[in-house]
Design a protein around this ligand. Structure first.
Ligand SMILES: [Zn+2]
Length: 442
């Protein structure tokens, strides 16, 4: 008889059902934590169980709220940086769906099966929309609204219209325009940003253009945004309202800014381009919040060949206190310069965060140089993370050394969460055999 299985988790009134994968060893906890899923499912006691969506097109009232709740847990439990990263990952997860599959309004009744509502618009996009609503309303009003919405409709079905009314009742504000933009229309804003500092006027002139594809029904967005301007005297943050397709904002600034930041605090669900000079990006890489640092690292790839860029990326890889910044700097460095950084890459393969180690192992493997075979085997044997071990195996496969087939076959027998080791070993073996076929063709 087959064992009944449950993939992720699901809510039920007064109880949470969790899949069997929730039981794992300490080693797996580094890379396969279920904490956010558990937080998400618990939050359904309110969002889904205490109040329930009236129709399937309102699924976001369960799932966006559940997803926003698991973000709130991460922010509370792991701090500001991990919280910011969790939100960024949710934004990116939605953006991938927007680019690769479709865009649709979050409340949308054109579906064939209810299950189609359970996509990345319903989970992460809606969660990001809630974060933006919180930014616009302010914390006090936002959480008062949630409380009012829940208590007013306890044990009843609800729809978005009920939420809109709850916002009005709890805050006195009419936020219909917000729902119109983010919940009833598809897409998101895409900004093109640029600025110049005018020495004579002592002003920063910031140009903000919305360049999303309006033909798809995406609106011209209206929203507040915080502009952060850093000079040698410190940072000044100003809130402005974006209302048009193209706008110019002016700020009095007496000296050339070290950094101008659009969306200080990272509240907006957006894509953007912001063409900056190398000096500013280098400053941002070192001094901004973690999201800004990661963005600066990826932008610096444009200055490939500049020794200062490689130097500053190396510095961040070794000294930034947040692992995802170290990883972004590492990824950027791999596009800028690899050969000169082999010793550093090897050192990073032993740093404290498993995801950063895995990235370093991948970059080294991409050299496809068989002289690292023994290094990858050593890392595999010494690693205490399944994910980094899997990367060591893939890198071993990329080296193309056929004497490693038995090592990989043995590794493939190892048990691991989601079979990551087994799948990596299989992939590595295929990679080796692929090399053989190429040789035969020659
Ligand atoms: Zn859920």
């Amino acid at each position: 008889m087959e064992t009944p299985t449950q993939g992720g988790g699901a809510e039920a009134t007064s109880a949470t059902i969790l899949g069997q994968n929730v039981i794992y060893d300490k080693k797996a906890d580094k890379d396969f934590s279920w904490e956010t899923t558990i937080a998400h499912e618990i939050s359904h006691q309110w969002w889904g169980d205490l109040i329930t969506l009236r129709t399937w097109s309102e699924t976001w009232l369960n799932e966006s709220f559940g997803t926003y709740s698991d973000y709130l847990y991460t922010r509370f439990d792991k701090g500001e940086d991990e919280g910011a990263l969790a939100l960024l990952e949710k934004k990116n997860s939605y953006l991938r769906e927007a680019h690769e599959r479709y865009i649709r309004p979050i409340v949308f009744n054109r579906y064939e099966h209810p299950g189609q509502n359970f996509d990345r618009h319903t989970y992460p996009k809606g969660a990001c929309a809630l974060h933006l609503l919180r930014f616009i309303l302010g914390d006090k009003s936002f959480f008062r609204t949630l409380q009012h919405f829940l208590h007013k409709h306890a044990f009843q079905p609800v729809d978005t219209h009920d939420l809109k009314i709850a916002v009005k009742e709890a805050t006195g504000q009419n936020m219909d325009w917000f729902f119109e933009q983010y919940i009833y229309k598809p897409g998101h804003p895409v900004f093109d940003i640029g600025y110049k500092w005018d020495e004579n006027l002592a002003k920063v002139q910031l140009k903000v253009a919305q360049i999303q594809d309006f033909s798809l029904g995406i609106p011209v967005y209206k929203m507040p945004v915080i502009i952060g301007i850093t000079t040698s005297k410190g940072k000044v943050a100003k809130k402005v309202w974006i209302k048009q397709k193209e706008e110019m904002f002016e700020f009095e600034v007496n000296e050339k800014p070290l950094m101008v930041r659009f969306d200080e605090g990272n509240y907006l669900l957006k894509e953007w381009t912001f063409d900056k000079k190398m000096d500013e990006l280098l400053y941002q890489l070192k001094n901004d919040d973690v999201i800004g640092k990661m963005w600066a690292a990826s932008e610096l790839v444009k200055f490939k060949g500049d020794t200062l860029v490689a130097e500053e990326l190396r510095e961040r890889i070794q000294n930034d206190s947040f692992w995802a910044v170290r990883r972004s700097a590492l990824e950027a460095l791999s596009e800028v310069e690899v050969d000169a950084n082999i010793e550093l890459l090897k050192k990073v393969c032993e740093e404290k965060n498993s995801k950063v180690r895995a990235t370093a192992l991948k970059i080294l493997g991409d050299t496809k140089d068989s002289k690292y075979v023994s290094f990858f085997k050593e890392r595999f044997n010494k690693e205490n993370s399944y994910v980094a071990q899997a990367e060591a195996l893939r890198s071993l496969g990329k080296c193309g050394d056929r004497s490693q087939i038995s090592f990989l076959k043995k590794a493939a027998e190892m048990e691991s969460p989601r079979n990551v080791i087994n799948r990596a070993a299989d992939w590595a073996l295929k990679e080796l055999l692929k090399g053989r076929q190429d040789d035969e063709i020659e």
